[in-house]
Write a protein that binds this ligand. Structure first.
Ligand code: SAM
Length: 283
């Protein structure tokens, strides 16, 4: 039975193993069974699914995942957690724990080794590497169905918003190019041990079958986006012509903006993904 998400049980395990919580690994353990069950429900985990969990910690989310999924592969960097996971996951025969850094695991191979099944990624992420993990998953073209993860609330907002808001930026555009983001739950600090000093949210990213916009050179478009938001207070024409890696003049940008029906004083934060794609094709 999945009992680890109860606060008393978590404290008992921490004491039994004299476990020192490692801040450097972003360890904030979930101690709310409702939140754990909600993550699994929102990830729509079922018996046909191969789930990859990033950072099982003590195994609380892993237990809930194992009760619903066909198979779970849980990747944990902290080797001191491995003996604990052996105990907390002992009764689940559909779970494999890998003691590795998720940023170094070849998930395409993992999918291949499981009959080319697409993966569902589910996690309460270590917040210090949220962006490299999420962008790494999206850009690497690992066969994925969805990514359902607990992240810092502010980061979830940045992934989900559209143009013209203060949170809109390179992360919003990159995430929305690959997936449909939906914030599915807000989670307060008191649901974790230790309590994080920020609010959290669960976001589900459902991968697009094909990108929502057509662009000739994806890399070029993302370079433009990074340059536009690297100097977000400047007009787009200034930000792009000041960025040496872009190699365009102010006049070229102004002309392209005109062709797209956009003002020459517009800032990057006002452009949609489609407009960035159009600009990239023209430049
Ligand atoms: N899933 C557990 C829970 O919800 O209680 C723990 C979540 S905790 C926020 C993040 C977990 O990710 C920790 O167990 C931490 O050790 C692990 N972790 C941190 N960096 C990692 C990495 N690069 N690769 C794999 N796991 C990592």
């Amino acid at each position: 039975m999945a009992d680890l998400g109860m606060p008393q049980k978590t404290i008992e395990i921490l004491k039994k193993y004299d476990f020192r919580i490692q801040k450097k690994y972003g360890q904030n353990f979930l101690i709310d069974p409702h939140v754990l069950e909600r993550i699994v429900t929102e990830a729509q985990v079922g018996p046909e699914d191969l789930v990859v969990e990033i950072g099982p910690g003590l195994g609380s989310l892993t237990q809930h995942l194992a009760e619903h999924a066909g198979e779970v592969v849980a990747v944990e960097i902290d080797r001191n957690l491995i003996p604990i996971l052996e105990e907390t996951l002992a009764e689940y025969h559909n779970v494999t724990v890998l003691n590795e850094d998720i940023l170094k695991v070849d998930l395409t191979k993992l999918s291949h080794d499981h009959g080319d099944r697409p993966l569902k990624v589910v996690a309460n992420l270590p917040y210090y590497i949220t962006t490299p993990i999420v962008m790494g998953l999206l850009e690497s073209r690992v066969p994925l169905k969805s990514i359902t993860v607990m992240v810092q609330k502010e980061v979830a907002d940045r992934m989900q918003v559209g143009p013209g808001t203060k949170d809109y930026g390179a992360l919003s555009l990159a995430v929305q190019y690959y997936a449909k983001p939906e914030i599915v739950a807000n989670v307060p600090p008191n649901c974790f041990i230790p309590r994080p000093n920020v609010g959290s949210a669960v976001i589900r990213l459902t991968l697009h079958e094909a990108p929502p916009v057509r662009v000739r050179d994806e890399k070029r478009m993302f370079a433009l986006i990074r340059a536009a938001f690297g100097q977000r207070r400047k007009t787009l024409a200034n930000a792009l012509s000041n960025a040496p890696e872009i190699r365009v003049s102010r006049e070229q940008v102004t002309k392209a903006l005109g062709e797209l029906g956009l003002s020459e004083t517009i800032r990057g934060e006002a452009l949609t993904l489609e407009q960035f794609a159009g600009l990239s094709d023209l430049l």
